[in-house]
Design a protein around this ligand. Structure first.
Ligand code: AMP
Length: 187
């Protein structure tokens, strides 16, 4: 099984690229953000607790998202691998993922990082706010808090995966097609 991680700051275009990657390589696309938004929409207790954090630009507790990922790994069949989008986002999550995979005799195949500068993040997220209607995209202070959260908690994962020689980066400022080409070359 392949286990790809799609990495990058919010607004880098992970969701957009994930769809094409999953289709071409027969991967199950797992977006923890989408799973959490589905819980919110369904009005579950988990969704209620997650909404308060998400709408404040904070991360949901590690154990919650780790359990979501484990559940998907155990239930999805008939794919050549998984494409993790928005997970892991902390070192704890990265270590939990390594442990989960090790138990199955598997490991992370590669980390594909789509990189854009902070100024572009704000512009991109504000642009999609009207299209996707996400509450956490609408407010500038929430966007800024998400960028801070990314730098503080998620960026350290770059060094974590570089140390394992699994980190590959593409320039995310090009067109959707250009970025897709770059990613396909890596895969
Ligand atoms: P995303 O759709 O990936 O931008 O995620 C939207 C929001 O969901 C994030 O800002 C976090 O609040 C939460 N979230 C998504 N994935 C994770 C994760 N792996 N760990 C913690 N919180 C997450």
């Amino acid at each position: 099984m392949k286990y790809y991680i799609l990495f990058g700051p919010p607004g880098a275009g992970k969701g957009t690229q994930a769809t094409a990657m999953a289709e071409k390589f027969n991967l199950c696309h797992i977006s923890t953000g989408e799973l959490l938004r589905a819980e919110i929409k369904a009005g579950t207790e988990l969704g209620r607790q997650a909404a308060a954090l998400i709408n404040d630009g904070k991360l949901v507790p590690d154990r919650v998202v780790e359990a979501m990922i484990a559940g998907k790994f155990n239930s999805v069949k008939d794919v050549d691998g998984f494409l993790l989008d928005g997970f892991p986002r902390t070192l704890d999550q990265a270590e939990a993922l390594d442990e989960m995979l090790e138990e199955e005799g598997e490991e992370v195949t590669a980390v594909v990082s789509i990189m854009i500068p902070d100024e572009t993040i704000v512009r991109r997220i504000q642009g999609r706010a009207a299209i996707e209607g996400r509450a956490d995209d609408a407010d500038l202070s929430v966007i800024e808090h998400r960028i801070e959260t990314y730098h503080a908690q998620t960026e350290p994962l770059i060094a974590y995966y570089q140390a394992q020689d699994k980190y590959r980066q593409v320039d995310g400022t090009g067109t959707v097609e250009q970025v897709r080409e770059e990613i396909f070359k890596i895969l």
